[in-house]
Write a new protein. Sequence first.
Length: 367
Amino acid sequence: MRVALIGPLPPPSGGMANQTLQLQRLLQEEGVAVELVQVNAPYRPQWLGRVRGLRAVARLLPYLASLWRALGRADVAHLMANSGWSWHLFAAPAIWIGRLRGTPVVVNYRGGFAGEFLARQAAWVRFSMHRAARLIVPSGFLRAVFAEHGMVADIVPNIVDTGRFNPGGVLSGVPPVILVTRNLEPVYDNASAIRALALVRARVPHARLVVAGSGPEITRLRQLAESLKLGDSVRFTGRVEAADMPALYRSAQVSLNPSRVDNMPNSVLEALAAGVPVVSTRVGGVPYMVEHEKTALLVEPGVVADMAEAIVRILTDPALAERLRVAGLEMAQTYTWSRIKPQLFKVYQEAIRHQGPAALLNRGTGT
């Protein structure tokens, strides 16, 4: 089988980029011939990336040329798709070029802002999706969002590499670490994590917060930590290489996901696989992944007091922490490659067999 894999690559090490890189490796290990078409390839020459107005054209034209070549050689295309301009500039052209080249395109939609995006752009998305072979999404949350707009999706979950993300030894005699592994952007609400730490330290004085990620909010977040007099109890690591992430999880007693919008965050899967109890906001696809009080503790977004209380519960109740850890490890096994591979290969095979648009649109919905 020859697969054209279309998506972003690190850097930056976002969830979709990491999943693209991981999927490329896993498919190749299965003997699949993978041709990667990178949507965020470096600008050549580099100075084009600094010229507003030219940046999009400088990236788009080489991308379209690569698409044309790759889709002419592939049996099936796997397209990592997102919302907003990313859809219009990168996803939709891939679908149409696949149609022109006679190559079925499997759209793997992963955007956390799907509801807002489809509320505004559903007609345009349906117009392109009618030319795709299949639509797959990682969670029941996104399947429901697309169904609201007349599009049928199959669930193929994200994959967690339990060979890399697995439990370490029990740490004792060290200050408890709360770990956040989201980029420093407003949507991930790292500010609530910092405010929660201030409340946690009133009851667990030695608790520390490690924020692993990079982004435009770094200055504001540092200032917030200083204003709360948290000093060295908050550490900003900056961008962390993928190879260093497993050790970072093993150093933590709690993994915190404070996001205001989400889909199926890899950070939650990785924490569960590493045996780290999870506190997460109850947003997007998260409640479809984990169950409150069973595999994680869920709180409403932006409610700092509840976030802090959930963290304190885990840090002060070893029985609760162990129960969440064991249940999380068991759940993580359902997201391994051995479980997901048959689902994904079935989608590929059906797309190739039919060589045409699937029944992606509910009857009665126009394009």
